[in-house]
Design a protein around this ligand. Structure first.
Ligand code: GLA
Length: 387
């Protein structure tokens, strides 16, 4: 609330009028990584780290943006929305462009200022949160009546087409649909979803931040997606009903993909096993069996490291450092990869201790001081009412 109150003050100082304020959260994902763009399942949740965005119409054709935490601003007009050389405005402009392309009436210019506490480059989807905050805010001020799913889909389209990262729907969906004390089991084949209670007091979700983000992250991400598509093509030549890896099996991969392309086989084999691992992990959750769930997280990490090859030595080190720790039930890299956070399920009363010990060992081996966060599960994109 302090962030939102300061944001309001700063908006009024800059733009001389009262804004609407919107909050949109970052996300974690417990299991189901690199499955969303393969019509698989994911198990994310929104967390207590947010983007706060203030917005008001300005009666001109100008789009004026202000990134409070960067002390940076950007200005354009509604008929000249195009990619910038700064990146941060692109998340907002990309959403405006999507609304224009879909014939939503953005009838006058707007002023936007934003701030937040989602660490950048940590794999907690600060960019998706900014996109969803923008879509929600525009829908509200222009009475566009966008449904929650439309907000997520438009935001994803902005990331795909404007920013240029061919991401799936997980991050945007989690930001919009988050629910306190619940995970979201999202089926990316048809966007059906189910809330799964996660209200244990015995376990905490600890995020350890490598503090690195290797530059190949987005090019490698797009390349993985293409490799998955290639695998599907190879199978579909023989089994036309297979239109995504969701419908593929290890047998099909061995028969139709491995003899032709060993790398594509490895990538697809990881995805197929991760989709079924998530289903089993949900069974574990039903039984409150966090020990079994945690083991599957370690398996996911191994797949991401060795088969999908989207990990990096810093992420591997953080997982290695907790592997034999009796208080850590499971750990793995999270999100796209090549840096960011690991997600750890830790015995609640030991979470801080584990974090301190791992941070000290990581510092010794890499020279890097790392922050950690204990994630609380939060609700999704909403208007903030300040009293
Ligand atoms: C990034 C993308 C998501 C998803 C994950 C990997 O966070 O934005 O769509 O693909 O990577 O699971």
């Amino acid at each position: 609330m302090i962030k939102a109150a300061n944001l309001k003050r700063s908006f009024i100082e800059n733009f001389s009028q009262e804004p609407l304020i919107v909050r949109s959260p970052g996300r974690i994902n417990l299991i189901g990584e690199h499955t969303d763009y393969n019509e698989g399942l994911v198990l994310p949740a929104a967390i207590n780290k947010n983007v706060y965005l203030a917005i008001a119409k300005n009666g001109t054709d100008k789009v004026r943006l202000y990134a409070i935490d960067l002390s940076d601003s950007f200005e354009t007009t509604l008929d000249a929305i195009k990619k910038t050389d700064k990146l941060w405005p692109d998340y907002i402009l990309g959403v405006i462009e999507q609304l224009q392309l879909n014939n939503y009436a953005i009838t006058e210019g707007i002023d936007i200022a934003f701030t937040g506490d989602i660490p950048q480059g940590a794999g907690l989807s600060s960019s998706a949160a900014l996109e969803c905050a923008t879509a929600f805010a525009l829908s509200t001020v222009f009475n566009l009546n966008l449904a929650q799913l439309d907000i997520a889909l438009l935001s994803q389209a902005a990331e795909n087409q404007f920013v240029g990262v061919n991401c799936g729907l997980m991050d945007q969906f989690a930001s919009v649909f988050g629910k306190e004390q619940h995970l979201i089991k999202l089926d990316c084949a048809d966007y059906s979803y189910e809330y799964i209670p996660f209200n244990t007091t015995d376990i905490k979700i600890l995020l350890l931040d490598t503090q690195v983000k290797h530059s190949l992250a987005s090019s490698a991400y797009n390349e993985r997606r293409e490799q998955c598509e290639k695998g599907v093509e190879l199978i579909a030549k023989h089994e036309p009903s297979v239109t995504s890896l969701r419908h593929a099996s290890e047998e099909m991969l061995l028969k139709y993909v491995k003899p032709i392309d060993e790398i594509v086989y490895k990538r697809c084999s990881y995805v197929v096993s991760e989709i079924s691992r998530l289903q089993l992990a949900c069974e574990d959750l039903k039984k409150d069996d966090f020990t079994a769930f945690g083991k599957r997280m370690f398996e996911t990490h191994e797949g991401l490291e060795k088969q999908y090859e989207v990990s990096c030595k810093e992420l591997d080190l953080l997982v290695q450092l907790v592997k034999n720790n009796p208080y850590v039930l499971g750990a793995r890299m999270m999100g796209g990869g090549f840096g960011g956070c690991t997600v750890n399920l830790v015995k609640a009363d030991r979470a801080e201790q584990v974090a301190e010990e791992v941070a000290a060992a990581y510092k010794e081996q890499t020279g890097i001081n790392i922050p950690y966060y204990i994630a609380e599960i939060n609700s999704g994109t909403t208007v903030v009412h300040l009293t």
